[in-house]
Design a protein around this ligand. Structure first.
Ligand code: ACO
Length: 377
């Protein structure tokens, strides 16, 4: 055993410097490219935030119009992709999204171009197409027809349109837009780290984004929103919450949507979405999920002093549920929101690349005798 310091889970290790986002975990603040997340959530659009993350600055009026149109035009997915989605529609939506993002490389006529411009364009094109993929999957597995994108709708509204087959209520669409903004970027989380590792080997954008999706799928990362709603459904009524929490925690379980590697106080995104979840449940006349989640949050208050607070995924499940979005695409929505963040970080990695290759301290045996197969039991 070498005399080395082990940083399990790479906790508190700085890998590099970034200008993409800043998380002040002690004070519960989040900035994209220097802009406070509250300002962006209240005033911006997902298209504008995608531009900001990828180009580093807010767009001018004409640049915003240009990127909005470009993304709207890039939403359509090839018919070969629709056939492929149909053939794997029995899979979990994240498995479908992961497979299809990888398969999109086959439809890229410019695949050999590994320039920064080409990679950024790929990231934006995949950002534009990801909602079409998720919506197409939901419709095909339900036996419904694929609905082509509507270029006159915003990115968020078009996603809902392709999902439901009807134009969404404007307030509902704005809420999804805000939710996408809040999920767009978040420092060196597990999926961004994974995307950077892949990029660092000088692999390609499709591989980096596919790997990011694979890392996001797990319940310790993006899969928590689905877990939150599962727990809320198991609780069933706020009168059961205290007993549920006690039983789960005393048996070593975890409350989904609580805790974060970086925030040791309230996650600012959760604070924003809590207000929206409350307003939405009032607007829809369905307070059930908000009430159960609120009671869960109250039961978890004693854990705040240990730094275990609500994270971004705690309220999103209730919002999606109230918007009649199926539970198993919650994490896919997180993924389609995070693509600009991954793209920005892959670009940052490639701009100053170094192979990411940490070490493992070997603690096994050495020089063991090799026994021929005939002589083994
Ligand atoms: N419920 C109960 N206890 C918790 C929770 C929770 N959700 N989260 C952390 N803890 C406790 C742990 O049991 C541990 O206690 P101990 O020190 O007494 O053993 C302590 O807090 C520290 O937990 P770690 O797992 O070491 O903290 P880590 O930073 O590695 O974990 C994580 C962060 C994985 C997010 C964790 O809080 C968790 O599993 N949360 C539930 C899943 C979840 O909501 N994931 C979404 C994360 S946010 C995102 O990706 C968008």
């Amino acid at each position: 055993m070498a005399d080395v310091t082990i940083h399990r889970g790479l906790k508190e290790i700085y890998l590099d410097r970034t200008k993409s986002s800043y998380i002040d975990g002690k004070n519960g603040k989040l900035y994209y490219r220097g802009f406070n997340i509250n300002e962006l959530a209240n005033n911006s659009t997902f298209e504008e935030v995608s531009y900001l993350l990828i180009h580093g600055e807010l767009p001018s009026k004409s640049e915003l119009a240009e990127i909005t149109k470009w993304m709207a035009d890039a939403r359509e997915i090839p018919s070969g992709i629709i056939t492929l989605i149909d053939s794997i529609k029995h899979l979990h939506p994240m498995d479908v999204l992961r497979t299809i993002i990888s398969a999109l490389a086959a439809f890229d006529n410019n695949l050999a171009d590994e320039s920064m411009d080409a990679n950024i364009e790929r990231g934006l094109s995949i950002t534009a197409k990801a909602p079409s993929i998720v919506a197409a999957h939901v419709r095909l597995r339900n036996g419904d027809k694929y609905i082509p994108p509507n270029p006159n709708l915003s990115h968020a509204a078009n996603f809902m349109y392709m999902l439901y087959g009807r134009e969404p209520d404007l307030m509902d669409a704005k809420l999804i837009d805000k939710d996408l903004i809040l999920h767009a970027e978040h420092g060196l989380n597990a999926s961004s780290f994974t995307a950077r590792v892949v990029a660092s080997t000088q692999s390609d954008m499709y591989s980096a984004l596919t790997a990011g999706i694979a890392a996001l799928k797990g319940p310790a990362h993006g899969g928590a929103a689905e877990g939150v709603m599962k727990q809320a459904q198991e609780i069933g009524d706020e009168s059961n919450t205290a007993e549920y929490v006690n039983n789960l925690l005393s048996s070593g379980g975890r409350i989904m949507g609580f805790g974060h590697r970086v925030y040791k106080t309230a996650d600012p995104r959760a604070l924003i979405l809590k207000v929206d979840a409350k307003n939405l449940s009032e607007r829809k006349g369905n307070p059930k999920w908000f009430t159960i989640l609120q009671s869960l949050a109250v039961c978890m208050e004693p854990y705040e002093k240990k730094g275990i607070c609500e994270n971004v995924d705690f309220w999103t499940g209730a919002i999606y549920n109230l918007l009649e979005i199926p539970d198993d695409i919650f994490v896919s929505i997180f993924a389609l929101a995070r693509i600009p963040g991954w793209t920005a970080q892959v670009a940052e990695q490639l701009n100053n690349n170094i192979l990411i290759r940490p070490l493992l301290d070997y603690v096994g045996e050495l020089d063991k005798p090799y026994v021929a197969i005939e002589e083994r039991k």
